[in-house]
Design a protein around this ligand. Sequence first.
Ligand code: ATP
Ligand code: MG
Length: 273
Amino acid sequence: MTTTNTSTAMSAASISSSDLEKLQVLGHGNGGTVYKVRHKRTNAIYALNVVHSDSDPTLRCQVFREMEILRRTNSPHVVRCHGIFEKPSGDIAILMEYMNLGTLDSLLRTHGTFTKPKLVDMARQVLNDLSYLHGHKIIHREFKPSNLLVNDKMEVKIADFNVSKIMCRTLDACNSYVGTCAYMSPEWFDSDTYSGNYNRYAGDIWSLGLTLLELYMGHFPFPPLGQRPDSATLMCVICFEESPSLPKQASEEFQSFIECCLQKESNKRWTVA
Ligand code: ATP
Ligand code: MG
C-alpha cells in the first residue's frame, strides 16, 4: 500500500500501512470496517477505516468525496485524518485520529442522558463544529449523533463525510443523496412545500436541532418514542407532523434555540451563525 499525498490535513504522511497493527474492530459502516490500530514503532493509537470500494463505483465515489473534504479540513472540529492508503486492488484505507469514547450515539445508549453542564458544553461544541464546516462551504448532509465522535477530553468532533458536499465546486458524478433519512429535513422529501428560497445549508441545521433534542431526551425525538421507525413512517412524520419540541421543564432559551433549528420551511430556519 502507498500513502497518497494529502498534504494539508495530514500530520503523519510518512506512516505506511505495514507500520500498523490491527488491535480490534471498532465498527462497521457503509462498505467498510473501522479498526483500532497501533503504530508499531511509536505505539500511537489510530482508527483505520478500510473501505472495500474496488467493485462499487458509488462507494468509490463516496470515498473520494470524503478524501476531498478531509484534505480541506485541518481543525479541532473535525476528526483528524493522518493519511490515506490506496491498495492496488482498489481498497482504500483512511487513517484517523482515534476517538476513544466512540460516537455520541453510543455514549447516549451506554451512559444515558448527560448532565446539564455537559449537555451545554456538547451543544456549544457541535454548533461550533457545524459552524466550521459551513464557514468552509461544506454541507455535511448526515449530521447526527452517530457521526459525532468523542474523546476522553470530552471533545466532540465531526466524522463521516461520505455524503457531504462542497459548495461552489460540485462533485457532479456523485450527487445522488444517500444519507440516513431519520435526520433529514422536510425539504428533502417535499421540496415544493418546504424549500422556498432554498438555503442549501439549512438541512444540517435541522439535523443539528434533532441531534440536540436527542441528546437532551435520550432517544430519537420523533414518534413512536424509543423506536426507530421505517423510512416511509419517518417521511410522514417529518413532513406532516409538528416539529418535535423539548419538554416544558427545559429552559426557554433552549426551547427557542430548538424551534429556530426545527422550522419546517427551510428559509425560516436559522443559519449556523
Ligand atoms: P455509515 O456507513 O452510515 O457512516 P457508521 O457511521 O456506523 O455508518 P463508520 O463511520 O464506518 O460507519 O464507523 C463505524 C464505527 O466505527 C462508528 O460507529 C464508530 O463506533 C467507530 N469509529 C469510526 N471512526 C472512529 C474513530 N476515528 N475513532 C473511534 N471510533 C471510530
Ligand atoms: Mg458514520
